[in-house]
Design a protein around this ligand. Structure first.
Ligand code: BGC
Length: 756
């Protein structure tokens, strides 16, 4: 480590200590403290320590003697996970634990609807309670930093403001319905490769402005009761023993009064973990069991610290009433009310990227529709590594189409390609070779069948994309190409039928160069939950208008995205071939060859966030790089007109609220939702800023011909930056341009106002 970095980290730590104590929020959990004093007095040291580690895979202990129930956890974030054996990942085999599979994070984010996020939280909480759970391990709110990130599908967005609004909605929905959230993964868990060893090196400003806001908002605005410490290190300290993140920022600054649990197996020490803020080691007791007891007895940890950690757990325990044993798991978890929420979210999440008029599908003449692609029948509730949902049902795209079309058209299905299937363990070279040969033969057969089916159809619905084996916890994708040779297949199909509508059921960005040019219409339909297929069919048939908007940028090519362009990701020699390509690819945007060769030699366990705040569209817009489709983008089956932009003043003080008003009119023939977005651009700032930043948005439903006057509010306080010299939020009172539009790439009008 170089001297400058050591100094920086030391200064940061000192300043953080000084700035502690000014909490921005007062939690309802604090009301239990008096009662807790009395409980703690009655507890033995052994009983206290017993609460600080896993009792089973998904529970930590209460104190039976004092009538304090265990805390029961459930994954999260997109459905209540099935019941597992107490001490292994093997299923318990209940018949009642079939839950609703809710659309995953990026789908929820594509609704751009905090109200739907609230509904979603409500549904998750109801099902958690039916299963006797206290705390849901979600929402997952890390920023989507790299397009290849293995958990992009679980996370919400590349943008901190959108992520924050949704994490607040989700948290309120859960906590107003008798369960607690556990915000994960705190913090900076933005990659899956090496997630258990990687050290994120990040400056204060990017951390405060980009990566922490969704956590801060859920704590300050929704009083989140639980947080999960991430696997990685941040600035040289493991997250689960990171004093700055856990004690100074989360507790002292934001006023978090609840409990922090480790990610599973993510605890690394005894004294440091408990001192620097961790409450529960999950799911084991390697560090916070006997070792902790010994440390207290040896005087290495004071009993006050233990009392404090116990208190933080008891606050949550007292606020969240345990579900009586005899009431849990009595009925099937998934119920119609929650399935309806899953449908509502799915139906508002589907993003229409391109349409030359071929959609909605006209079935008046009973067409032959060739549905081609393994994703048409692919289940997305499970697959890959990590939490899945043992769903009561999942309507696939093909089933949805059949449900909604009935006999009004002829549907012919062809699988088209061999989907990726996640398997455990390493395979021998012989085995791999054999599988490759078999796959080649199968692919030829499937291609032939697909072309045959396509040639006889009026319309081809190509349903491709990733699946849960491709996008998975524990590893990132190598690239963003459509898997299983889908680009090659669609090119073949186009030789025999040009009427192609492409639907990608992916949770993360794909390279769209081929499908976008070949398809007459293109949609993203996500890992869209129990009702995903029905929602998709309703959109394709025009029963409803598409109304999702991209929660992330779709780059022209992966190498344009910031962490790749700067050689910050992937890290280390292992990826030398990827870097070799980057050297030639990124010269045009001023990334120096030295930077890249430095990256080449870097430790694979160091993730340098030198792109700072330039994440997602902030990077593309600032660097003036073309994108495939911009952040916030999505078409409908109607047209909207924006007019008469006004602000309530020309000048605003630092405590004022900017009110931006304009008229929105549905000028087309169909009811639809528009997501209006307000970005701000700084004109004469005193510090550096990205080209533009999202600061307000609203989803509006308008009937044909209807117009509305909308007013969106931006508190000037929300335009502050993190001053790295003062280690505090600060104003940059300059002239700004308000940019109102339908996406980051479609600004309808701009207006300059002054901040003073
Ligand atoms: C994941 C968490 C999850 C936990 C328990 C970990 O591997 O990172 O998100 O909640 O396992 O399943």
């Amino acid at each position: 480590m170089n001297l400058q970095r050591i100094l920086w980290i030391a200064v940061f730590a000192i300043i953080m200590m000084e700035s502690s104590g000014q909490k921005t929020h007062k939690s309802v959990l604090l009301q239990h403290d008096k009662k807790i004093d009395a409980i703690i007095q009655q507890m033995t040291l052994e009983e206290k320590v017993e609460m600080l580690h896993g009792k089973t895979m998904f529970a930590s202990a209460g104190v039976e003697r004092l009538g304090i129930a265990d805390v029961k956890y459930a994954d999260g974030p997109f459905g209540i996970r099935e019941e597992l054996q107490p001490h292994s990942w093997a299923p318990l085999g209940l018949t009642t634990d079939k839950a609703t599979f809710f659309p995953t994070g990026s789908a929820l984010a594509a609704t751009w609807s905090p109200e739907l996020a609230y509904e979603y939280g409500t549904g998750m909480a109801r099902e958690a309670r039916m299963r006797g759970k206290d705390m849901i391990l979600g929402p997952a709110i890390n920023i989507q930093r790299i397009p290849t990130g293995g958990r992009t599908y679980e996370y919400l967005s590349e943008d901190p403001f959108l992520s924050s609004r949704l994490s607040v909605g989700y948290t309120k929905g859960v906590q107003e319905n008798e369960a607690a959230v556990c915000l994960k993964h705190y913090a900076l868990n933005n990659q899956e490769n090496n997630r258990g060893t990687v050290n994120v090196i990040i400056g204060e400003r990017a951390m405060r402005e980009i990566y922490l806001p969704p956590f801060r908002a859920a704590v300050e605005e929704a009083d989140a009761f639980g947080v999960m410490a991430a696997y990685n290190k941040v600035n040289d300290r493991w997250c689960s023993e990171n004093d700055i993140l856990q004690n100074k920022i989360l507790r002292d600054e934001w006023g978090f009064a609840g409990m922090i649990i480790s990610d599973w197996g993510g605890t690394h020490s005894t004294v440091d973990a408990v001192t620097y803020g961790l409450n529960v080691e999950m799911p084991d007791k390697k560090y916070l069991g006997q070792a902790l007891l010994d440390s207290v007895k040896a005087g290495k940890v004071s009993e006050e610290i233990i009392n404090l950690r116990v208190r933080e757990i008891l606050r949550v325990r007292m606020e969240i009433k345990p579900v009586p044993e005899e009431k849990a798991n009595k009925e099937i978890t998934s119920q119609p009310a929650q399935q309806k929420i899953a449908y509502n979210v799915a139906s508002k999440s589907i993003v229409l990227l391109k349409n030359n008029g071929i959609l909605p599908i006209d079935i008046s003449k009973k067409p032959v529709i060739a549905v081609i692609g393994a994703n048409a029948t692919q289940i997305m509730a499970t697959g890959g590594l990590g939490a899945g949902v043992k769903t009561l049902y999942e309507v696939t795209p093909l089933e949805g189409l059949k449900n909604k079309i009935g006999d009004k058209a002829e549907i012919v299905f062809a699988q088209g390609y061999v989907p990726v299937v996640f398997t455990w363990g390493r395979k021998s070279p012989e085995q791999l070779e054999k599988e490759a040969r078999e796959k080649e033969i199968k692919t030829k057969e499937l291609t032939k069948e697909a072309m045959d089916v396509a040639s006889k159809a009026d319309l081809v619905l190509f349903i491709g994309g990733n699946n849960r084996s491709v996008e998975t916890e524990g590893s990132d994708r190598k690239d963003i190409k459509l898997p299983s040779g889908q680009d090659e297949l669609i090119q073949k199909i186009a030789e025999v039928n040009k009427n192609i509508v492409t639907v990608l059921t992916s949770g993360a960005p794909n390279d769209l160069n081929v499908v976008n040019s070949i398809s007459k219409a293109l949609l993203i339909s996500w890992f869209n939950g129990t009702e995903g297929g029905n929602a998709l069919a309703d959109v394709l048939l025009g029963n409803i208008s598409p109304s999702g908007r991209l929660p992330f940028t779709l780059p022209v090519k992966l190498e344009d995205s910031p962490a790749y362009a700067l050689g910050n990701y992937p890290q280390g020699n292992k990826n030398a071939d990827v870097f070799a390509n980057l050297v030639s690819e990124t010269d045009s945007i001023g990334v120096t060859a030295e930077k890249k060769s430095e990256a080449l030699n870097r430790d694979p366990n160091t993730a340098n966030y030198s792109e700072e705040s330039l994440v997602g569209y902030r990077w593309f817009d600032t660097k003036k790089l073309p994108v495939m489709y911009p952040f916030g983008y999505g078409l409908t089956y109607t047209d909207f007109n924006y007019s008469a932009l006004k602000t309530d003043s020309e000048k605003y003080g630092k405590n004022d609220i900017i009110r931006v008003s304009f008229e929105l009119k549905n000028t087309g023939k169909m009811a639809a939702d528009e997501v209006v977005q307000v970005y701000i651009h700084r004109i004469n700032p005193s510090v550096e800023w990205p080209e533009k930043e999202l600061k307000a948005f609203s989803r509006e439903t308008l009937n044909p011909g209807e117009s509305k006057t909308l007013t969106l509010e931006i508190p000037v306080k929300n335009l502050q930056y993190w001053n790295e010299t003062k280690h505090a939020w600060d104003d940059d009172l300059c002239n700004i341009e308000l940019q109102v539009g339908a996406s980051a790439g479609d600004i309808k009008f701009k207006k300059e106002v002054a901040l003073k």
